[in-house]
Design a binder for this molecule. Sequence first.
Ligand code: AMP
Length: 281
Amino acid sequence: MKVITEIPRMREIVEGLKREGRFVGLVPTMGYFHEGHLELMRRARSECDVVVVSLFVNPTQFGAGEDFDIYPRDLKRDCSMVESEGVDYLFYPSVEEMYPEGFQTYVEVEELSKVMCGVSRHGHFRGVATVVAKLFNIIPADRAYFGQKDAQQLVIIKRMAEDLNFNVEIIPVETVREPDGVAMSSRNAYLNSEERKQAVVLYRSLEKAREIIEKGERRSRLIREEMKKIIKEAPLVTLEYIVICDNIFLRELDIINGEVLIAIAARVGKARLIDNIVVDV
Ligand code: AMP
């Protein structure tokens, strides 16, 4: 596994591989790997000739007062994990490499960035779309792998790739969970043991939603109410939103129909956690 820190070198390598007819997979990450990240890498490894993982804690997707400075980082551990997954290249640029002095061009996926997490995280998805667009230009991969865990991010990146004609196929990967159902996240490291225990209500509320939908419930308001009852059982969990919407335009639905995204965000101690399920009604 080679670690590449410079943009021209990274691009030169991938362009060379493409000229040789090799199929390239990209897995963008912010590091501090867990099984969720590894699942993306394994999927890429099984489908592509060459796997590139990018590791960049992207400052433009963190708002003022958010956790950029304290975001967990452990390059040594991450390197050995990607190595054992058979990853070929780790792209690990500095902030100056990605955002040199004078940088001022951003990608904005307008409507999709205003809802759900966009309400409390102003500019977050602008930062995400910008860095992912840069990565797609630096690493012209055939496929790029993203976790369903970040459902809104996935919808936004699919939209951006289509709108800006990026020649890359976006591959969604199922959410990897802890044994109790909590979605794996680098931010779970912020939770103390009591908060970690109570965090399971996010998953439980989603499972409750699935259960009542399977029994025939179609009214979003009632599904949300059932979910809220479960969240209320955990005093350390403060609900930010429950959104029930379509999975392409993220438009809220009164009556569910077709492929429906049920997404939840909550504060638990110092962490802001998100989770979701997609149900086909
Ligand atoms: P991050 O390092 O948190 O920016 O995540 C990098 C990629 O891993 C994103 O595409 C995430 O959606 C994905 N990811 C994070 N957590 C999980 C998880 N529990 N299951 C599947 N994918 C995940």
